[in-house]
Design a binder for this molecule. Structure first.
Ligand code: AGP
Length: 602
């Protein structure tokens, strides 16, 4: 979720860029850079870490005359966070910044290298600027060269390019990643979200996918596949915080809605038509692995539990899951044929980090599933797979859990293919299901409104049971944790088959049971468990594609073809339920009492 800022005009450009990038810090980043072209030529500054490092490097520079300027905060997807990989990337006399993932960059990069172009970075972005400069050789003008360049890119991009060959223009293109254009008199601004230009631009145009063009002489010329297009701007809001929340009431609510889009980032370049690809993993990495042990805490522990069912069922590999704080002190038996996986949104959870160090000391191979590149757990691991969820500001994790679970499902399929435990047809079916996840995660207004209305009935009582079977048991744990964290009401997640072994003693009309009842997995079994509870007068909230006549409340889910699509759809329902109950109780959804976003102490 990189941040982009651009400007063409006579104002001082460094401050416009740095101020704009600072407003995008909430998107998370590990390096930043700016590039400016004015009458004195090309100027560029880049720094790893926070913006203050970039400001320190560029403190002697300013550009108060007419010129073009672009800036970028990088959230690493290809290549480690370092200065070489920071944007803007330079060709001979052009700069480019980019947000998204160029899926065909390796092919383009190889072709350009064969033609003598030299690359400095490991990024996908750098191909854009070299491709542009190659295209200028045979193009009518610089814009035609830019247009040819964009036509060759596959994947998601929001990109700005400036060149000393045309120092009064900024070229732009948008496809799959956000970009907008701001206006104020002859000044023209670009940004990945409007918080960067609030107070500068007075009107704004939000680019659509497939739109591209250039800004020159105080005017924007816009094109799409049908040619040049007129466009209408609208007034720009003045409230930065609500802009960062994009109009949602809380960051957690925004992040629930973001799940449908971030999972596309998680899969990009990895889920191909007939296989799963992880550039980060060497082909022989799994050769001597016979067992998987996963260590995590909290929500990350729940995604680990989900994957344990899939690793054993689909990849036929033993998979054990441990809570990190328990693992550290149990004197675990570790064998070198075990792959040690840690899962962490922050990459800084102390118990998980220390567990990882124990496993490494015992000589195990390690793999991190993490949302923050260059974090302690990423740096400590042999290899890391980034979830690409973007910054998660809500303390109660949502999109991190969704992307962790998705990435683990992808890793299961990757492992199964290498261990030859899945047929090509089955793998294609799984890939088809993966590609439907974004749709399964979409929140429709009808569903959210129904959960809002229904939540008023669940503000009291002596507690909640969330029950499920198989992979819906960890989802029950996660749904209970979400509710506990932000509503402060007592909730427990339980395997549905366990109720008769004691917990059912709590059953009465004041006990709320949220039953996860997927159509594609043990439906009859879970149905009979819920009937046992209903017979004891428990208040039942059934979440299922199948109507359940004994339910006091019922949330109908789509009858998806694949159990994981049912999983993601029910996950959204439990997240929204916790959100709406918490809001009714007047709690601080994003910063619940007693909790921290990252538990960096024991
Ligand atoms: C999730 O809603 C919680 N905030 C918490 O359980 C969290 O998942 C846990 O602290 C682990 O954090 P990590 O994923 O950053 O390691």
């Amino acid at each position: 979720m990189c941040g982009i800022v651009g400007y063409v005009g006579k104002k001082e450009k460094k401050e416009i860029l740095v101020d704009g990038l600072r407003e995008l810090e909430y998107r998370g980043y590990d390096s930043a850079g700016i590039a400016i072209i004015d009458s004195r030529g090309l100027h560029s500054y880049k720094a790893v870490g926070k913006l203050v490092n970039l400001e320190e490097k560029s403190k002697e520079f300013s550009s108060k005359e007419f010129g073009v300027a672009i800036g970028h905060t990088r959230w690493a997807t290809h290549g480690k966070p370092n200065e070489l990989n920071a944007h803007p990337h330079l060709g001979k006399n052009s700069f480019v910044v980019h947000n998204g993932i160029i899926e065909n960059y390796t092919i383009l990069k190889d072709e350009l290298k064969l033609e003598g172009f030299e690359f400095l970075s490991q990024t996908d972005t750098e191909v854009i600027v070299h491709l542009f400069e190659k295209n200028t050789i045979n193009s009518l003008n610089k814009f035609e060269a830019f247009k040819s360049t964009i036509s060759l890119l596959e994947g998601a991009y929001a990109t700005l390019l400036i060149t000393n060959d045309e120092p009064d223009s900024i070229f732009f293109a948008k496809n799959g990643s956000p970009m907008l254009i701001g206006f104020n008199g002859d000044d023209i601004y670009f940004a990945s979200s409007d918080t960067a230009i609030i107070g500068k631009a007075t009107s704004v145009y939000y680019l659509e996918d497939g739109e591209y063009g250039y800004a020159k002489d105080g005017k924007v010329t816009l094109f799409n596949s049908d040619g040049e297009q007129e466009f209408r701007t609208k007034p720009l809001s003045s409230n930065k915080l609500s802009a960062q929340k994009d109009g949602y009431r809380f960051f957690m609510e925004k992040e629930i809605y973001e799940q449908a889009s971030v999972v596309s980032d998680t899969m990009m370049g990895r889920v191909l038509d007939e296989t799963i690809k992880f550039e980060e993993i060497d082909d022989n990495f799994f050769n001597d692995i016979n067992c998987i042990k996963i260590c995590a805490c909290g929500t990350s522990y729940h995604s680990a539990l989900v994957s344990s069912y899939l690793f054993e069922r689909v990849a036929k590999i033993r998979c054990e899951v441990e809570i990190a704080s328990e693992f550290r002190y149990k004197e675990p038996l570790l064998t070198k044929d075990t792959l040690f996986i840690t899962i962490s949104q922050s990459g800084e959870t102390a118990d998980t980090l220390e567990a990882l160090k124990m496993a490494k000391k015992a000589g195990l191979k390690s793999l991190a599933i993490c949302n923050v590149d260059n974090s302690s757990i990423v740096r400590e691991s042999d290899i890391s797979l980034l979830t690409r969820a973007g910054v998660e500001k809500g303390v109660a994790s949502t999109k991190a859990f969704a992307t962790q679970t998705l990435l683990l499902w992808m890793l299961v399929l990757y492992t199964a293919e290498r261990k030859d435990t899945i047929s090509k047809d089955s793998l294609k079916d799984e890939i088809e299901a993966l590609r439907k996840c974004s749709n399964a995660l979409k929140v429709d207004n009808w569903l959210h409104d129904k959960i809002h209305r229904l939540s008023k009935r669940y503000l009291h009582g002596h507690g909640f049971f969330f029950i499920g079977r198989d992979i819906f048991f960890p989802l029950a744990l996660e749904g209970a944790l979400k509710l506990k964290e932000i509503s402060y009401l007592h909730a427990e997640g339980y395997p549905a088959g366990e109720m008769k072994h004691g917990p059912i003693a709590l059953a009465d009309s004041e006990l709320f049971t949220v039953a996860l009842m997927p159509k594609n997995l043990l439906f009859d079994k879970i149905k009979s468990n819920v009937e046992e509870l209903s017979a004891r007068d428990t208040t039942i909230l059934a979440i299922s594609p199948e109507e359940f006549e004994l339910a006091d409340d019922y949330i109908k889910t789509r009858c998806s073809s694949h159990v994981m699509l049912e999983f993601f759809e029910m996950m959204v329902v439990t997240q929204l339920l916790a959100l709406e109950i918490s809001i009714r109780l007047g709690n601080d959804v994003d910063m619940p009492r007693n909790l921290a976003k990252s538990v960096t102490v024991e």
